[in-house]
Design a protein around this ligand. Structure first.
Ligand code: PEP
Length: 259
């Protein structure tokens, strides 16, 4: 029995216009009605956040943004701050996704600032870390995770880290149909928790929730959730269909809801 409440997040990436996002929520809500042993979070593009906050009124489903900037306001053309996301009703924000690390050249230093910016306005970050294929093949998985986490968490307060969600996302498993085996995913999560214990303390490490991300589907979620160290999933492609994502949530919750 896990002490931490599992969290399953739909990362829509750059998909869905506002009307499509609204339609998704109208179909999704009844499918997850009453499922409350797993925290359910939708991360639509910025443009759909305000309309979805409206659609989600009265539901247990929470909203996340897919990125934020580290300052609350100022001369940062094109950026959106944690303060602004909070105003829209976001509870969470994804930070350091591998697609941003790669396409937007986000560094660990910037990610560290963004984490601080999110906490300053009471947004809970979902920090993404993970190794690339060539790094895994070279036996560098643990070194990569350690390097990312030490830099990303530098100077963060213990109380903030205790509320953090960390997504272990091997880059080679994202959007490829390749999933880490449940045991490998668990090993990655276990290493992350041990490092947090090292950097902070055991109680903090035990309260951090660690997700797995990388081609999660209804067929593999139960085996991943059965792992001791895995507290949920960050789901990309399979979260775009409300029926499929609801099935993932149901299976993540387990128990009598599993079919
Ligand atoms: C992701 O976007 O974080 C992700 C894991 O994508 P996918 O589920 O499509 O691999």
């Amino acid at each position: 029995m896990k002490m931490r409440k599992p969290i399953v997040v739909a990362n829509w990436k750059m998909h869905k216009l506002v009307a499509e996002a609204r339609d998704y929520v109208r179909r999704f809500r009844p499918l997850v009605e009453g499922l409350d042993r797993v925290e359910i979070v939708l991360a639509p593009p910025f443009t759909a956040l305000a309309p979805l906050a409206e659609e989600l009124k009265g539901s247990q489903i929470k909203l996340a943004a897919q990125d934020t900037w580290h300052e609350a306001q100022g001369a940062y053309t094109g950026e959106v701050s944690a303060l602004m996301l909070r105003e829209l009703g976001c509870r969470y924000v994804i930070i350091g996704h591998s697609e941003r690390r790669e396409h937007c050249k986000e560094s660990d230093e910037l990610i560290n600032l963004k984490l601080k910016g999110a906490f300053a306005y009471d947004l809970i970050p979902i920090l993404c870390v993970g190794e690339r294929l060539e790094e895994r093949q070279a036996g560098k998985t643990v070194a990569v995770l350690e390097g990312q986490l030490r830099a990303d968490l530098a100077g963060l307060a213990k109380g903030d880290v205790a509320r953090l969600v960390i997504a272990y996302e091997p880059v080679w498993a994202i959007g490829t149909g390749e999933t880490a085996s449940p045991e490998d995913a668990n090993e990655g999560a276990k290493f992350i928790r041990a490092l947090v214990a090292d950097l902070y303390d055991e109680a903090t490490a035990q309260s951090v929730r660690i997700q797995y991300g990388g081609s999660v589907r209804p067929e593999n979620i139960a085996a991943l959730m059965a792992q001791e160290e895995i507290d949920g999933a960050l789901v990309g492609g399979a979260s775009l269909d409300p029926v499929v994502f609801a099935e993932i949530v149901r299976r993540a919750q387990g128990g009598e809801e599993e079919r």
